[in-house]
Every structure is written in structure tokens, then in C-alpha cells.
Design a protein around this ligand. Structure first.
Ligand SMILES: C[S@@+](CC[C@H](N)C(=O)[O-])C[C@H]1O[C@@H](n2cnc3c(N)ncnc32)[C@H](O)[C@@H]1O
Length: 450
């Protein structure tokens, strides 16, 4: 940490960590839903499929009142107005604009795997902005304080800038900080770009049982801000961790991804638990595990599900549920729910949806956004059953029961997603929840009046 200085008003401070070099610890207790750190990007870039859909500077989505204008020089960057155009122009675009069309059409660029193309774009923008990457620049100081990645190819990708010979090693130093430090930007939890946020990279380690997550704030004419938000109450001196990867991936996949991209083995409570259990692969165990899982997590169609705000004690999970940690179970349940939602009866879809929700609740830490998104799916399934399906395939559910189920799971979705709060573009799951709640309540009122 020598020479590094971080704002004393930050809600976390850096302490030594036995294997991760340093960790961010809470200076004081924080409540779930609080913003822990707000970070500004050094550079961001849109995924290819988002080009022309979002402004290349502020990443706002094209909409009725927001039009995009193509850069007349390269015809590859789009802006929502002259403010964004001139901010991008003076930051980096004026130095790469005329080379860009030939660059993105080049074989060297074309042959890069998609994630390295994103890195090449970010490196081009940064090179255009900082030229020699003078380490004394305050904006770059935190970037150079980051740990270099072990996984990037040793050679620099081709970029549309003539490298000053004396600065080549500087470019390499920057590039070697990419793989383990870049963030995937998302709106409503759907990816739209990549970004470099040195402060957040410098501060936060990974955990598969994180107590914080990242959300993005898109505002017109401003770079996309990152906010790190507490998922549960955090004690003073507790380490604040975010997930680098999806905690519900199979343990082997998490191990591989964290080793290859970040060079460490996770020792969080979920990984520790999963490493010491020996999940049975016997299908009969699985059949008996599902009802027990619903009971253990409280996911029923007959009673309101509980809310959970504290991290589960994984060692208290009964052995009969260990088979659910087999790598195939979650993808199979997700597939069964998707199949039933599209082709099956809504009664089957509801049942499969609840199985999947119960498994999410078992695996994910409290208030993890994916759990909230799926609770919303369960509520939508109940609502679809009311408005679309009549007759025997309803398996005996009355409209009233289905409306009650929809409201219960909307309440779960609100509880969970309300913690992370709104992110990205207008609308999103919290708005969807409000709309559906209104529809169900109206229907319930007219059903009662009838
Ligand atoms: C984005 S940085 C996090 C900040 C880092 N601790 C530092 O001192 O700069 C990512 C790197 O931190 C380390 N790291 C992050 N989470 C870790 C964990 N749970 N266990 C061990 N090392 C971790 C790995 O070396 C990883 O490549």
C-alpha cells in the first residue's frame, strides 16, 4: 500500500489480507441497501451488439426522446448529443477516429476472441487518452496499484495507435491489469459493456457469499457510475466482498474461472462447505430431496415464503439436501422450468419454478438479485395461469389462490431486489413488480366484489 492514498471519507479502508494482498473492511456498520462506494470509470466500451443502440459516451439507451448521431469521421461511435460527442472527442476519440474503421475491419482485430476485442478497445481508448501512461497522473495511480493478471496473452493486441517506443512496457503494464480488473456493465442485470473502475478493483475481493453487489447508474452526458451496495447488514471491521462470478455456478466451474482469470482459490463459506460434502448422484435421493428443499427454504404455494436477511449456516443444511449441490441439478431445474413455462401447464411451471427458487434460496446469499428476478418469474407464472389458462390443467388452483401466490412471490421479489435497488435504464424489474402488483390487486378486488 506504500504511496497509495485513498479518500478518508470512503466507507471502507484497506487492511492486509493473508492471501489477497489487501481487503476492504467496513469503517463502521452499514445497513443492507446502503451504497458503500461510488466509482467513476477510467474507460468504458459497449458490447458489439449494443453499438448504435446506446450512446458510446454515457451509454444511455436510444428511446423516443433520445436519438443517436453517428460520428461523421469513423461512423462507428454514436452519441446522444453534442455534449457526449465533445466529451468523448476530447478524452480519446480525436486520436483514434480516423484510424478506427480500418482497425475494426483488420484481420488482427477480427481474429481476437470477443473478450480480448473488448480489452483492445479499452486499451485503444486509454492509450488515446493517456498516451505515455505517465504514472504520476492521479487518474492512473490507482490503476497501476492493481495486481497484474496472470492470464492475459503476453503480447499486446494490435491497437490503432502508434506506440511511443519508450512507453511499450507501460502499455503492457496497463494491459496486464485488464483480465482480473475489468467489470461487465449491466442494466437490469443484463450486460451491455465493459469498464475499468480502478478504485473498485483496488478495494474489493471476491466471495461466493458476497455481502455486497455492484450496480450501474446510467445518466445522460455522464460516464456510467458504479455503486457497490450492501446486500445485508455489515458489521464494523467486516470485510466487504463482491462476486466476480455467479455463485450458483458449479463449484468446479467457479474454481476454474477464479484460478484462470484471477489466480486464487476461494475459501468462502459456500466453497468450504461444497468442498467437504460428497453429494450423492443417485436419482432417488434427488426425488426425495425436492419436497425437503421446499420445506427447508419455506417455498410453498400454500403459505407465504419467509424473508431471509442473514447468511445461511451451510453446515446446518441436512445431508439429504447435499445431492442438490451436484453440478447438473440447477441447470436441469432451470431447463425444466423453462420447458414447462413454454410448453407445459402453468401448474407444472409453478411447481418447477418453486423448485428452482428454493434452490436459489439455498445457494445464493441473502438478497442476491438473481433470487429476486426468479421470484418475479414465479409470480408472473401464477398471473399467466389466471389470465390464460382455464380448465383441468390448472390442477385445482382457483383464481384467488393464484392471485395470492402471485402477491406472495412479488413481495419476495420486492424484498430482494429492493436491496440492490434500481440500476441502469429506466424501468426494469422493480417497475415490472409494481405494475404486476397493481394488476393482481385490481383483479383480487374485482374478484372479491363479484
Ligand atoms: C480486483 S483485485 C482485488 C484487490 C486485491 N486484493 C488487491 O490487493 O489489489 C483481484 C485480485 O485480488 C485477489 N483476490 C480477490 N479475491 C480474493 C479471494 N477471495 N481470495 C484470494 N485472493 C483474492 C486475486 O489476486 C485477484 O486477482
Amino acid at each position: 500500500m506504500s504511496g497509495e492514498h485513498y479518500d478518508e471519507t470512503l466507507r471502507v479502508r484497506l487492511d492486509a489480507h493473508p492471501t489477497a494482498r489487501t481487503m476492504a473492511v467496513a469503517r463502521s456498520a452499514m445497513m443492507k441497501g446502503e451504497t458503500i462506494v461510488t466509482a467513476t470509470p477510467l474507460s468504458t466500451a459497449l458490447l458489439p451488439e449494443q453499438k448504435g443502440r446506446r450512446c458510446d459516451f454515457c451509454h444511455i439507451l436510444k428511446a423516443g426522446n433520445i436519438q443517436l448521431f453517428k460520428c461523421s469521421g469513423c461512423a462507428s461511435y454514436w452519441y446522444c448529443g453534442s455534449q457526449c460527442d465533445s466529451q468523448a472527442w476530447s478524452a480519446h476519440h480525436k486520436r483514434i477516429c480516423k484510424f478506427w474503421p480500418r482497425y475494426v475491419a483488420s484481420t488482427a482485430y477480427d481474429q481476437l476472441p470477443s473478450h480480448l476485442r473488448m480489452d483492445a478497445i479499452l486499451l485503444s481508448q486509454l492509450g488515446a487518452q493517456y498516451s505515455t501512461f505517465d504514472a504520476s497522473s492521479p487518474a492512473l495511480r490507482t490503476l497501476f496499484a492493481l495486481m497484474p493478471s496472470k492470464s492475459l496473452p503476453s503480447s499486446l493486441p494490435s491497437i490503432p495507435i502508434t506506440l511511443p517506443a519508450a512507453s511499450r512496457s507501460r502499455y503492457e503494464e496497463v494491459y496486464h491489469r485488464f483480465a482480473n480488473n475489468n467489470f461487465i456493465l449491466h442494466s437490469h442485470l443484463v450486460s451491455f459493456g465493459h469498464g475499468i473502475y480502478p478504485l473498485a478493483s483496488r478495494l474489493f475481493n471476491h466471495s461466493c457469499t458476497p455481502n455486497a453487489v455492484v450496480r450501474y447508474v446510467i445518466a445522460r452526458e455522464k460516464p456510467v457510475q458504479m455503486q457497490v451496495v450492501a446486500l445485508r447488514d455489515i458489521r464494523e471491521e467486516e470485510e466487504v466482498c463482491i462476486p466476480y462470478i455467479d455463485p450458483a455456478l458449479p463449484l468446479e466451474d467457479r474454481d476454474r474461472a477464479l484460478d484462470v482469470s484471477y489466480g486464487f482459490r476461494c475459501t468462502c463459506p459456500l466453497c468450504t462447505f461444497q468442498r467437504h460434502i460428497k453429494p450423492s448422484t443417485d436419482p432417488t435421493n434427488l426425488t426425495s430431496a425436492m419436497p425437503l428443499l421446499k420445506e427447508f427454504t419455506g417455498c410453498f404455494l400454500t403459505q407465504s415464503p419467509p424473508r431471509q436477511d442473514t447468511l445461511r449456516e451451510f453446515n446446518a443444511i441436512p445431508e439429504a439436501l447435499h445431492s442438490l449441490f451436484n453440478s447438473t441439478i440447477l441447470p436441469n431445474l432451470a431447463e425444466a422450468f423453462s420447458q414447462a413455462s413454454h410448453n407445459g401447464s402453468y401448474a407444472t411451471a409453478l411447481d418447477e419454478g418453486l423448485n428452482l427458487l428454493a434452490l436459489y434460496i439455498l445457494i445464493y446469499p441473502p438478497n442476491y438479485p438473481q433470487t429476486g428476478l426468479h421470484a418475479l418469474e414465479v409470480a408472473k407464472t401464477a398471473w399467466n395461469a389466471i389470465i390464460i389458462e382455464q380448465g383441468p390443467t390448472r390442477a385445482g388452483y382457483t383464481d384467488r389462490q393464484l392471485m395470492t401466490v402471485a402477491l406472495w412471490y412479488l413481495a419476495v421479489a420486492t424484498h430482494v431486489l429492493g436491496v440492490m435497488g434500481r440500476e441502469g435504464d429506466e424501468g426494469g424489474p422493480l417497475t415490472e413488480i409494481e405494475v404486476l402488483q397493481g394488476l393482481v390487486r385490481d383483479e383480487l378486488a374485482s374478484n372479491s366484489a363479484a
